[in-house]
Design a protein around this ligand. Structure first.
Ligand code: ZN
Length: 77
């Protein structure tokens, strides 16, 4: 089953160029699968910050999967 289509992505306060750079990382994060629960990340909300930084908030089955997902996405754009 392809679960990567099901992650719900919300991006706030970020311009199109940052969205484009993020989309590849978000795609990779969406393909993660929790080793313990067999689940992909359910949803993520990205909030833009100053100077190209941003926060990501995840909905996942557990903290371990959230840490893996945010590690992929968190670098500065
Ligand atoms: Zn899990």
């Amino acid at each position: 089953m392809n679960t990567s289509q099901h992650m719900n992505i919300t991006i706030k306060d970020l311009g199109p160029s940052v969205r484009e750079r993020l989309s590849e990382r978000l795609h990779r994060a969406a393909e993660l699968k929790c080793a313990e629960h067999g689940q992909a990340p359910i949803a993520v909300t990205i909030n833009g910050r100053e100077n190209g930084w941003f926060d990501s908030r995840w909905t996942t089955c557990c903290e371990g999967l959230e840490q893996q997902a945010s590690a992929i996405v968190k670098q500065r754009c």
